[in-house]
Write a protein that binds this ligand. Structure first.
Ligand code: NAD
Length: 489
């Protein structure tokens, strides 16, 4: 089955921060891929806007380099790249000054879709919104795309929402969480809501617990200063893990419609219980050795702050107070410098009430595993009889629900999350973007947890790089008679 590509309408997409890291690694290569796939029409234009002194040729060279670096060789076609670059323009602009704005006003076409991607520091979001409006560049149909982080706490998120709302309607604001753009995340909704099989089991009676893991092997890298002000709770849990939790836990929306889906997600966030201090384990990686024996710095070295109490790892037990989930814990875990780069949601079903096969050793729950990276896909583990004579021995086999072969997607044709989300912006579909009230509700749940650590002077526990996090994180499940799934690629 070949995936269908439906071209979007002609558009002008302005990328503020068009020379930045995100634009070069994700946005521009993603747009090239969509052009190659025939989804971006020839009449579309991409306008990079940033502070750098560059002319159009210089910018096109930069875009060509980022395609060279971040698009796989088999997708690089010289003629297509050339044609794509003809659609790329550049404007020097100062978000805080007057430079460039009149030029942008002249350049933008009024008869095509207009989208403005704010790929700059959040402190500039307000300036951009205000100037787009003041110079008459944006209109009621324009869209703005806002990157993370969306606020640092509830107060700042509210302020940011209010700033954007002064110039744009909520229906024009696209807050990106790229986890929602992953094929498998959307497939999760299809599996849940387009099949009768799972939904009757999708509740506390049949689901023992849910595990959501987002593990990285990298440390804080060059983002040390930013990360130290943020930590795993703000950087990952409040947004990405929370969004994944919502998709697992939400009620079926009455329609697959942006507000209907987001209403249901919001209800989940509001039903989250406050988390008790002993249901959270925070960690910080210590110095160690890489797989090749090279010494690796500690978190404290990486951020250059020997007194830092910021967590690079967090594991927590979360409860949702509603009829569906009362009694089913959700265990969340994320961290840096862990043993593998792996993101997985595992829905662990209860064991059968009585085993007619006797007391076989081992675990025999059915697990629906939704892998987000690497190797996106879904498997359902089921128990079968071990083949051959010799009695009734049971064995667990994974039922592959990725259907990669049937869908003709060996991973090559699955668009990257950013590609899909940008095309959704052009189409005007907000389903996979966070609404302002969702973001605020998530902060309202997060803030007291962080305030508690600060009041108690809580210190994260050290863990070895390349491990699964601090020992205490294992205990979080052991004491409930459960165990974490292995972190592996
Ligand atoms: P960056 O520092 O690499 O790039 C910043 C860009 O903003 C540059 O193009 C710069 O010219 C432009 N800029 C700075 N000040 C400006 C001004 N006054 N007027 C106009 N342009 C100005 O940043 P980045 O890593 O590309 O991140 C951009 C945004 O995306 C940030 O909000 C970041 O939090 C978010 N983000 C980045 C990543 C990533 O992987 N890099 C991931 C998720 C979210």
């Amino acid at each position: 089955m070949v995936s269908r590509v439906i071209p979007v309408d002609p558009f002008d997409l302005v990328i503020f921060g068009g020379t930045g890291d995100l634009a070069r690694r994700k946005i521009l290569p993603g747009l090239y891929n969509r052009y190659l796939a025939g989804q971006m029409p020839d009449e579309a234009r991409i306008i990079g806007a940033a502070r750098a002194e560059l002319d159009e040729d210089g910018y096109r060279q930069m875009v060509a380099q980022s395609i060279e670096e971040f698009v796989p060789a088999q997708k690089r076609d010289a003629a297509v790249i050339d044609s794509f670059l003809q659609r790329v323009h550049y404007l020097r602009i100062d978000a805080r000054g007057t430079d460039g704005w009149e030029d942008l006003a002249r350049m933008i076409r009024k008869d095509v879709v207009q989208a403005f991607y704010f790929s700059v520091a959040p402190s500039l979001f307000g300036d951009l919104a205000e100037r787009l409006h003041a110079h008459g560049i944006s209109g009621p149909e324009s869209r703005i795309v806002v990157e993370k982080p969306f606020g640092h706490d509830l107060k700042s998120a509210r302020a940011l929402n209010a700033t954007l709302a002064a110039h744009f309607d909520e229906s024009q604001i696209y807050r990106i969480d790229h986890y929602l753009g992953k094929e498998t995340v959307q497939n999760l909704m299809a599996v849940r809501f387009a099949n009768i099989l799972f939904e009757p089991l999708w509740n506390a009676r049949h689901v023992d617990h849910v595990q959501i893991t987002v593990a990285e092997t990298v440390g804080v890298g060059g983002r040390g200063q930013y990360y130290d002000q943020s930590g795993a709770m703000r950087d990952m849990v409040q947004n990405h893990l929370m969004q994944l939790l919502c998709l697992i836990a939400m009620e079926p929306p009455y329609r697959f419609d942006p507000d209907a889906v987001r209403d249901e997600k919001l209800k989940v966030i509001r039903a989250l219980q406050p988390v008790r201090p002993d249901d959270i384990v925070r960690g910080q990686y210590r110095a160690g050795k890489g797989p090749d024996g090279t010494p690796q710095p500690s978190y404290l070295d990486d951020v250059g702050n020997p007194d830092s109490r910021t967590e690079s790892f967090i594991a927590m037990r979360v409860e949702i107070a509603n009829w569906r989930w009362k009694g089913t814990p959700f265990y969340l875990r994320t961290g840096k410098k862990l043993r593998a780069r792996a993101s997985e949601i595992a829905v662990v079903f209860k064991e059968v009430p009585h085993s007619i096969f006797g007391d076989d050793e081992g675990w025999r729950e059915n697990v629906l595993s939704i892998r987000l990276q690497p190797n996106e896909g879904m498997t359902l583990s089921v128990m079968i009889k071990e083949p051959g004579p010799g009695g009734m021995r049971l064995t667990e086999v994974p039922l592959d629900m990725t259907f990669a072969e049937a869908l003709g997607a060996d991973g090559q044709d699955i668009p990257d999350a950013y590609e899909r989300l940008i095309m959704d912006v052009i189409r005007g579909n907000q389903t996979l973007f966070m609404r302002g009230d969702e973001v605020e509700a998530a902060w309202a749940w997060t803030d007291p947890i962080i305030a508690g650590w600060e009041a108690r002077g809580d210190r994260p526990r050290p863990y070895d790089p390349g491990s699964s996090g601090p020992e205490d994180a294992l205990m979080l499940l052991h004491r409930d008679g459960r165990r974490w799934r292995e972190i592996r690629e």
